[in-house]
Design a protein around this ligand. Structure first.
Ligand code: FAD
Length: 332
């Protein structure tokens, strides 16, 4: 394999019912940075049926090129047909980096493609960069139970591939005046060749109002002491119209359900304002909230690691501070 034959940063544009998933736009934002550093084009690749009109949207979010395979056989996601599409594009155009959202379909597709292309895949990454002189993707993710951040390199194979967690990267503001190229391709596959059929798609109606969508989150930690004190977190959230989150320790204590856990094994959130109350700031928690716009931390330990990522920090007892905040907000 001649590694120099491979050029360009590519992003899998995941769509459902012709709506682009947010993580794909986030990856275009991050991919733009990597492509600029490597001085190569950024491309999105879009598979589906009746998806071609989405290509201009992909360009407005930072892509220079969009590769489109628009065929009825790609209407619903199936590993077999989507993999054929990606393989065709990857073999023909030889991108050096391919990024996918770490969604169920993105993970499925990336692992199938990695196997068929005999290349490496770093799963569930939370940080990306490039070593420009060696043209290496530096894909980082928590490892060893979240105790370290591991940076994983794929030195001998191309393309270098990673799945990236939703809500970790930032999308660019769309620029509808951006110009880009749209390249169409076709796969040679008929329905009779397919081993799987989609009979019905059932939406998950049990899905809770997502923390990931919240603009303001009040998140409480074990420092709240007990379930009764934790009511202060709910009260503050209610006063300011925020959603409630908790650390894993809080969930394990049974003070909140798992859906409200923030962090590596919970939700990744990016609200405008994030209150971290009685939270130490373990790496597994930080990876899930560090991209919040304003982080306000309340902790009685001035050395708590949460203060390293906080925009504003209040050192003190949450049992005294939170009731005062609630009183003040009620007067506004
Ligand atoms: P603690 O670490 O016990 O911190 C409590 C804090 O409250 C302390 O800093 C203390 O100074 C402060 N405090 C105490 N009393 C008061 C008071 N009266 N007023 C103000 N401050 C006070 N954690 C997550 O949150 N999300 C995850 O998704 C997650 N996934 C994990 C995955 C793995 C594989 C592993 C190994 C761990 C994971 N964890 C996760 C757990 C994580 O390592 C920490 O144990 C957890 O985040 C700590 O929760 P905490 O901050 O609530 O509690």
């Amino acid at each position: 394999m001649n590694l120099d034959d491979y050029r360009g940063v590519w992003v899998f544009i995941e769509q459902n019912d012709c709506k682009i998933e947010g993580v794909s736009l986030e990856l275009l934002g991050e991919g733009r940075k990597l492509a600029d550093k490597l001085q190569v084009p950024l491309a999105g690749f879009l598979l589906g049926h009746k998806v071609k009109p989405l290509a201009s949207h992909v360009i407005s979010y930072g892509a220079d090129e969009v590769y489109v395979i628009d065929q009825p056989i790609l209407k619903d996601y199936r590993t077999e047909s989507y993999m054929q599409g990606v393989m065709l594009l990857a073999r023909q155009y030889k991108p050096e980096i391919i990024l996918y959202g770490a969604t169920p379909n993105g993970k499925d597709l990336a692992s199938a493609v990695a196997t068929d292309l005999s290349t490496g895949l770093t799963a569930d990454t939370t940080m990306l960069d490039v070593d420009v002189s060696n043209r290496l993707l530096e894909a980082s993710r928590p490892a060893f139970g979240g105790n370290i951040m591991a940076t994983i390199l794929c030195k001998k194979h191309r393309p270098q591939m990673a799945t990236v967690r939703p809500k970790v990267m930032k999308a660019l503001d769309p620029d509808t005046g951006r110009l880009g190229r749209i390249i169409e391709e076709k796969i040679d596959l008929i329905e009779e060749d397919m081993r799987t059929k989609v009979l019905q798609i059932v939406n998950d109606v049990t899905k809770k109002a997502s923390l990931a969508e919240a603009h303001v989150i009040v998140c409480g930690g074990k420092g709240m002491g007990d379930l009764q004190n934790f009511q202060l977190v709910h009260e503050l959230a209610e006063t300011i119209g925020a959603s409630v989150g908790g650390t894993r320790d809080v969930v394990e204590a049974g003070w909140l359900p798992h859906e409200q856990q923030v962090g590596q094994t919970g939700e990744t959130v990016t609200p405008k304002i994030y209150f971290a109350i009685g939270i130490s700031g373990a790496i597994q928690h930080i990876v899930g909230m560090k991209n919040s716009e304003f982080i306000i931390a309340i902790n009685k330990d001035p050395n708590a690691p949460i203060f390293d990522v906080a925009t504003y920090g209040i050192v003190g007892d949450a049992m005294e501070i939170v009731p005062k905040l609630i009183d003040q907000f009620k007067q506004v």
